[in-house]
Design a protein around this ligand. Structure first.
Ligand SMILES: Cc1cc2nc3c(=O)[nH]c(=O)nc-3n(C[C@H](O)[C@H](O)[C@H](O)COP(=O)(O)OP(=O)(O)OC[C@H]3O[C@@H](n4cnc5c(N)ncnc54)[C@H](O)[C@@H]3O)c2cc1C
Length: 308
């Protein structure tokens, strides 16, 4: 697709909806992804209100422009050619509030911060999320989970914008949350807000669980390097990390991307990797595990954008 960055008509409309400081042109996405991968976005837009989100969706529809939603970029790889059209990030919609036993978080808030707010309010239920480096929106998108807990256990309802730009309130059941999936991609919903039902508990008890999970994470995961977390879903009857380890792939490097020496299920951006190198290494791991064990490793992480 031809880039739109020089399209002044679209730029003017975008700054009319938001403001010039919220619309970046030819913005490097590797500066906005947890993996530090990705080429340029034609327009990188960070709206400040739900109305602005609705207006941007409507503009993309009217002008027939490609539209991509980026959270904290911790579960996706943006290719080196970047993304054409509008890339929207909701980082400025990041409020978290407590109402009785409910925690209501805007989708651009970090799920880690939501988890910490719950602790401060003596509310239990979001401890599992204390080390997941994504946004609330990204967490709903893939029903993020860890150490026996997942979004599905605590989500009551969500406010979304649909493909037409309308606001909808949905129950958690309406999102079809299941192991690392939801119907958000199929329906094209943009999550604006999530309402979690939590339970009162002792501050010390919640903190102890969070501290234990943080210790487990820090001792097992290569958090010193950028990465996209576990690259592969758990194959039925196996563990992806164990299969990769038993294929002698730990330490395997393509360019700046490396199969982590600390956790075989992670591929780290060790030394300014390109997305191409990172993706080539993913494919190399898949092919090797398939050849050695006959198991297909399905990617958990999404790949988006264009090649250079
Ligand atoms: C070190 C590390 C550890 C991790 N540990 C875990 C873990 O324990 N458990 C786990 O489940 N995951 C884990 N992850 C993966 C990742 O953090 C989660 O999947 C997280 O929920 C992704 O959120 P994000 O904001 O980064 O989404 P992104 O990667 O930015 O986007 C992922 C998808 O979500 C969509 N999306 C983002 N925001 C919205 C929105 N507001 N509305 C609709 N769609 C949206 C995007 O369009 C994209 O398709 C880990 C990742 C890393 C790097």
């Amino acid at each position: 697709m031809i880039g739109l960055a020089n399209n002044h008509h679209i730029y003017d409309k975008l700054i009319n909806i938001t403001a010039a400081e919220h619309v970046l042109v030819n913005e490097q996405l590797k500066d906005h992804t947890y993996t530090h991968l990705g080429g340029m976005a034609d327009f990188y837009v960070t709206p400040e209100s739900y109305e602005q989100v609705q207006e941007i969706v409507k503009l993309a529809n009217e002008e027939k422009i490609a539209f991509t939603l980026l959270g904290n970029g911790s579960n996706l790889i943006v290719k080196d050619g970047g993304i054409r059209g509008i890339v929207m990030n909701l980082q400025k919609l990041n409020e978290v509030k407590i109402e009785d036993n409910h925690l209501i978080a805007q989708s651009g808030a970090r799920i880690i911060n939501a988890s910490r707010e719950a602790l401060r309010a003596n509310l239990s239920g979001l401890e599992f999320a204390c080390g997941i480096p994504g946004s609330v929106g990204g967490a709903l998108f893939m029903n993020a989970g860890a150490y026996g807990g997942e979004i599905k256990d605590v989500l009551v309802s969500t406010l979304v914008v649909n493909r037409e730009g309308d606001l909808l309130t949905l129950t958690a059941e309406e999102l079809d949350l299941a192991y690392r999936t939801s119907n958000i991609p199929d329906k094209g919903y943009i999550v604006l807000e999530a309402n979690f039902a939590l339970k009162e508990a002792q501050y010390e008890a919640i903190k102890e669980v969070m501290d234990n999970l943080t210790y487990k994470r820090e001792s097992k995961q290569p958090l010193e390097y950028p990465s996209c977390g576990s690259v592969f879903k758990r194959p039925p009857g196996y563990f992806a990390g164990k299969l990769i380890q038993d294929s002698d792939l730990q330490g395997k490097q393509i360019g700046g991307a490396q199969v982590s020496l600390k956790h075989a299920g992670f591929i780290v951006n060790k030394d300014n990797a390109t997305a191409k190198e990172y993706i080539n290494l993913i494919q190399y791991v898949q092919a090797t595990v398939k050849e050695k064990f006959g198991v297909e490793l399905e990617r958990e992480v999404k790949i988006i954008g264009e090649d250079l």
